[in-house]
Design a protein around this ligand. Structure first.
Ligand code: 2P0
Length: 324
């Protein structure tokens, strides 16, 4: 069977930053994200008798090397569930700037897990799909659902209680996000190695962990109350705390460019002018800006006028997995 699945990426407002188990991808803290309409991956998977290895096509080009190995070993995991030995042909299209801090791994692994499991006839519910997706890339387990999604870290060693939980659907509250593109270049420190270095060496890491439960509780309250200023200020401060841990790592590092800081200042300037806008930044230089629909024109114009901004992509809340 050939199955095509579409998954949207998600941007964390409370960040996932650190693993307690690298093999099963179990996090050291719970996180919360917004699934976005504008960024997604469409993947078609077919398991075939005539293949002697997996074939992975991304945006029309056959992928080899590290990215291929990661997908192929993830397919080994899926194969072990269905007891098949057939290899897969995977054709993926990414509507996300790959590896530039726009979490293409989230939509990528969610679309792959959904299409591959269905192609094998596995009948998984959303929770089971989220658990399986998590083992491809942590943040991907949140992309099973639309809108606001919490990844509950769980306590068990086998990961059976670590998965995404829907908090509010994409139709609940029209909070927008602008993706501010500064560079499409692949970053120097991957999120995987960056978070490991931080967990292993940063003296600020314990402070990060201690502060997350409160942020999570308060942001869920902000979602319940539809209090945008509360939501945005918690997201912005949570992001700054995450990035502070990298500065204290050994060797220290940062994902920010000078232009990243320029965008952060521009967002703070918008607030001083009475326009509610808040930033968040992932493991890359690009900035994402939260705003409400009525501020869209002003926010977009202000962001586009910043030197070194190459693109501003506006997005609404997006849906969970769909099959095409
Ligand atoms: C997040 N990030 O919550 C955080 C914030 C980056 C900064 O999840 O090793 O690609 O595959 O589990 O999910 C990026 O890390 O890492 C990430 P793996 P992932 O969105």
């Amino acid at each position: 069977m050939r199955v095509t699945a579409k998954a949207h990426t998600n941007i964390a407002l409370i960040k996932y930053w650190g693993k307690r188990n690298e093999k099963l991808i179990l996090p050291t803290n719970s996180s919360l994200s917004l699934t976005l309409d504008g960024f997604y991956t469409v993947t078609t998977t077919e398991f075939r008798d005539d293949l002697s290895k997996d074939v992975f096509i991304l945006n029309g080009k056959e992928v080899e090397g590290e990215a291929y190995e990661r997908v192929s070993s993830y397919l080994d995991l899926i194969r072990s569930y269905s007891k098949t030995e057939r290899y897969a042909h995977i054709d993926s299209t990414n509507e996300v700037p790959t590896a530039a801090g726009f979490a293409s791994s989230a939509s990528g692994f969610a679309a792959l897990a959904a299409s591959a499991t269905k192609a094998l006839g596995l009948q998984l519910d959303d929770k089971e799909l989220s658990i399986l997706t998590r083992q491809g890339s942590g943040s991907a387990c949140r992309s099973i659902y639309g809108g606001f999604v919490e990844w509950q870290m769980g306590e068990k060693e086998d990961g059976s209680d670590s998965y995404g939980v829907p908090i509010a659907s994409e139709n609940y509250w029209d909070v927008r996000m602008a993706g501010v593109v500064l560079t499409a270049k692949t970053k120097k420190v991957s999120s995987r190695s960056g978070m490991k270095r931080t967990v292993d060496t940063s003296p600020y890491y314990s402070g990060w962990l201690a502060s997350v439960p409160n942020d999570l509780e308060n942001i869920k309250e902000a979602i319940r109350e539809k209090d945008f200023e509360k939501l945005g200020s918690i997201a912005e401060s949570n992001c700054l705390k995450m990035h502070a841990t990298t500065l204290a790592a050994n060797p220290p590092f940062t994902y920010w460019l000078d232009s990243t800081v320029r965008v952060m200042h521009a967002v703070q300037q918008l607030r001083e002018e009475g326009i509610p806008a808040y930033f968040t930044i992932d493991a890359g230089p690009n900035v994402k800006v939260l705003y409400l629909p009525e501020s869209e024109a002003k926010v977009a114009a202000a962001l586009k006028s910043i030197p070194d901004v190459t693109d501003v992509i506006l997005s609404k809340p997006g849906p969970g997995i769909t099959y095409l």
